[in-house]
Design a protein around this ligand. Structure first.
Ligand code: ZN
Length: 246
């Protein structure tokens, strides 16, 4: 179903989840733009993958080519200045007494959603799509459904608008997210996500696994690998992808 009257702004980091969200938005909306943030993250390599992914989507999916519009990248140095987390500083990733990993950047998604809404206001978008998920997430409180709903209320009150903050992955686990990608774009999209998206917190891209590039041991890699294994195990007919060693 395509809603030609409205478009969507997608929070696009270059990771698996946001790339799946981008594909879903391209399937649903006639006009789609992307927004990303450079906040001094250690895995800034993901930002470099954004252009690669956008170009691959254009090349491999002719229907989506005409729908994918501008990309917007904003620098938010304040997040790294304020926080001393493992996401922005070279420290070991550990879990605190509340079971919250120190990769948590306080306020990050609140800032992202506020800036996305500000851009959507200027660009005339009603729908803002994000890959937040609380099914098998890392425990980040700003990924919770209630947080996003509260942000929708806050930005709509603060800007006198009727934005809809969509989080299509909120109740999916990682295996279901891989399956959603296959539903949207077949194995072509799954292969693109494996090869080009980036999840690893440590920014590792030299090591290639069947589920993609990464260190294989950080929380993001473990989540992605486990989800991929479950997806392959449940898909039945789909052969395992062969690492290219790229
Ligand atoms: Zn990793």
């Amino acid at each position: 179903m395509t809603d030609a009257a409205v478009g969507a702004l997608v929070l696009f980091s270059g990771g698996q989840d946001s790339t799946t969200c981008l594909a879903l938005a391209l399937d649903q909306y006639a006009r789609v733009e992307t927004i990303g943030f450079d906040y001094g993250q250690r895995h800034r390599v993901e930002l470099g993958q954004r252009a690669t992914i956008r170009e691959s989507l254009r090349q491999k999916f002719p229907t989506w080519r005409g729908r994918l519009g501008e990309d917007h990248l904003f620098r938010i140095e304040a997040l790294a200045q304020i926080s001393t987390t493992a996401m922005t500083h070279d420290v070991e990733i550990v879990v605190d007494s509340r079971n919250l990993p120190n990769t948590f950047v306080p306020g990050r998604n609140l800032v992202f959603l506020t800036l996305a809404a500000a851009l959507a206001y200027r660009r005339g978008f009603k729908h803002i799509v994000g890959g937040m998920c609380e099914t098998d997430f890392s425990g980040y409180p700003d990924c919770r459904d209630d947080t996003v709903k509260a942000m929708q209320l806050a930005v709509n009150l603060g800007m006198d608008t009727r934005f809809v903050l969509e989080t299509p992955l909120m109740w999916l686990d990682k295996a279901a997210t891989w399956r959603l990608a296959e539903t949207l774009g077949g194995t072509t999209l799954v292969d693109l996500i494996v090869e080009s998206t980036h999840s690893c917190y440590l920014g590792e891209r030299a090591i290639r696994h069947d589920w993609g590039h990464g260190c294989g041991s950080c929380p993001a890699c473990r989540l992605r690998a486990e989800g991929f294994r479950k997806y392959i195990a449940s898909s039945g007919t789909r052969p395992c992808l062969t690492p290219t060693g790229a």
